[in-house]
Design a protein around this ligand. Structure first.
Ligand code: URA
Length: 283
């Protein structure tokens, strides 16, 4: 017997494309590549910002240590200078958020699938500023830092230490590094003027530096987080005008993988909360 089956409609090219994208997303592909390769080792090297001019506005007689940007490589010094000029214009956190969102100079903005800037959340006059590494997938989707699983653990720990409503939370970079890689020193350096401006506007009493990438970049230290955590450091702005006590601690994403380390992060938070509440005694 011959039974005629109804013919399935051919999928449209849009459906094929959507199904392929869904397959890639399920497989963990979350970034597209550029036409030209980027040398991340070269791009991540430290390039200091321009030195101040010599006396009486004369250019300094010393040779500038800045390497000109090579073709195809990000102009880190130029991007830092642009970020500094923009950040200086921000007279409020709202304006700072707008300027960051419009800033094109951070290579991360052009790398990942998500181009949305993730700036900050929390109290604009918080006594404690929490600085993480960089937004992840959940943060890029929702436009706020530390809103994924790691962020939920961070919130629980802050609440348990009595700090929940006393924080302003941001990151060393404002765009998600593709594949959740660690942001490069160059990317952190380019975003640093905005982080510094946020600190100047919020005027916290102290900083909590969450994770090794944040601690190393903010404190210009090379040691690993297991040696830095739980100790007090003095954070200084690039121009030396601002100084604050800063404590590095373990990243909540690490704590999710290593729950036994929670005890150490908890001790750090209690030490910090105690100092925050200590009445100021002049020396
Ligand atoms: N990890 C971070 O360091 N920052 C976030 O905002 C989220 C996860």
């Amino acid at each position: 017997m011959n039974v005629s089956m109804p013919m399935a409609a051919e999928p449209s090219s849009l459906q094929i494309a959507e199904s392929l994208l869904a397959f890639w997303a399920d497989s963990g592909v979350d970034a597209v590549l550029l036409d030209e390769p980027i040398d991340r080792i070269e791009a991540g090297k430290f390039v200091p910002p321009p030195p101040p001019p010599g006396r009486a506005g004369q250019p300094s007689a010393t040779v500038s240590p800045i390497r000109p940007a090579l073709p195809g490589q990000p102009d880190v010094a130029g991007a830092v200078a642009e970020a500094q000029a923009l950040a200086a214009q921000a007279d409020s956190l709202e304006r700072l958020a707008e300027l960051i969102a419009a800033f094109e100079g951070c290579p991360l903005r052009h790398e990942g699938a998500a181009t949305r800037a993730v700036f900050a959340r929390g109290r604009p006059d918080a006594p404690l500023m929490v600085i993480g590494e960089g937004p992840g997938a959940d943060e890029a989707r929702q436009g706020a830092p530390f809103v994924g699983r790691a962020g939920q653990l961070l919130d629980k720990m802050l609440a348990a230490a009595g700090l929940a409503d006393r924080v302003f939370i941001t990151n060393t970079v404002f765009w998600r590094p593709p594949g959740n890689r660690t942001p490069s020193p160059a990317e952190q350096m380019i975003c640093a003027p905005f982080v510094e401006r946020a600190i100047a506007l919020v005027k916290p009493s102290m900083l909590l530096l969450v994770g090794g990438a944040s601690a190393k970049s903010m404190l210009k230290r090379e040691e690993g987080i297991l040696s830095l955590r739980g100790r007090w450091f003095e954070w200084r702005s690039a121009d030396g005008a601002l100084e604050l006590p800063a404590m590095p601690t373990l990243h909540p994403a690490f704590l999710l993988r290593q729950p036994a380390a929670k005890k150490r992060a908890w001790t750090d938070l209690l030490t910090l909360a105690e100092r925050l509440d200590r009445p100021h005694r002049p020396d």
